[in-house]
Design a protein around this ligand. Structure first.
Ligand SMILES: C[S@@+](CC[C@H](N)C(=O)[O-])C[C@H]1O[C@@H](n2cnc3c(N)ncnc32)[C@H](O)[C@@H]1O
Length: 240
């Protein structure tokens, strides 16, 4: 399988850190009430493991599955897990994707952070059903909505800059409509030394947009009732 993060993978962990400082509390709160007896908790599209770490912290006695298709991000994920005695004991890293990764019959929680736009609409619906069939009653699916909610032009914005040693790692991007439910993000990653640009990497990828209205409807169709919290973090549990 092609690795969509081959070129950007070097930058994802350092540039995602600040975003996770903001997401941490809403995601932690949305993961309330997890019962370790219900089964392992799952991080889908775990990336470099920043969310996996939160999931493991919020569910301190659960076993954790971290599914990640990108070899470069998975290497960082595995390294993060291996470096922490508690994560090393509880987290199993799986090379796979949202629809193909083997899952147990029951799950205590599912985290799908910053990733749902990678799934085309049909795959996304299949994913909700795959998860809903495994979530124990009261067990949460936690997913976040990310702009744009509709195919729209997004002007170039710098998302973040992190200084490490002499260098500053900077990430930004812009988006263009690319179909009825898709935009193409053009991401730009730069390594700066002072004002000088040492390296620059541009990566284009498709992103399937999703509004709150459509998310609620799709989750309801899969038997899940959603509530939207701070930072557009959505907690969904089995309805009824
Ligand atoms: C923006 S990153 C977010 C990573 C991590 N969840 C976080 O928030 O730090 C999107 C992630 O989704 C993963 N991904 C892409 N397509 C996927 C698929 N079909 N199934 C599961 N994960 C996928 C990517 O490899 C990447 O790790």
């Amino acid at each position: 399988m092609e690795d969509g993060y081959e070129a950007s993978g070097e930058f994802i962990d350092v540039l995602s850190g600040p975003a996770w400082q903001v997401l941490r509390d809403p995601v932690w709160a949305a993961l309330r009430g997890v019962d370790p007896e219900h089964g392992p908790v799952l991080d889908v599209g775990a990336g470099t493991g920043l969310g996996t770490q939160i999931l493991a912290g919020a569910c301190p006695t659960s076993t954790v599955l971290a599914v990640e298709p990108s070899p470069v991000l998975r290497a960082v994920l595995l390294s993060r897990v291996a470096a922490d005695a508690d994560l090393r004991e509880r987290v199993t890293v799986l090379a796979g994707d949202a629809l193909g990764a083997p899952l147990p019959e029951r799950l205590g929680a599912v985290l799908a952070a910053n990733m749902i736009g990678h799934l085309p609409p049909q795959d996304r619906r299949e994913f909700w059903h795959r998860v809903a069939a495994r979530l124990a009653p009261g067990a949460p699916l936690v997913v976040n909505l990310q702009p744009p909610a509709e195919p729209a032009v997004v002007g170039f914005t710098t998302f973040g800059a992190v200084r490490i040693g002499r260098h500053t790692y900077e990430g930004g991007g812009s988006a263009e409509p690319a179909g009825p439910d898709t935009v193409t993000w053009r991401m730009r990653y730069r390594v700066l030394d002072g004002d000088g640009v040492l390296r620059e990497q541009t990566v284009d990828y498709p992103w399937h947009v999703l509004s709150e209205h459509d998310l609620r409807a799709e989750l309801a169709e899969a038997g899940l009732r959603a509530e939207v919290g701070p930072m557009d973090v959505v907690r969904a549990v089995r309805a009824g």
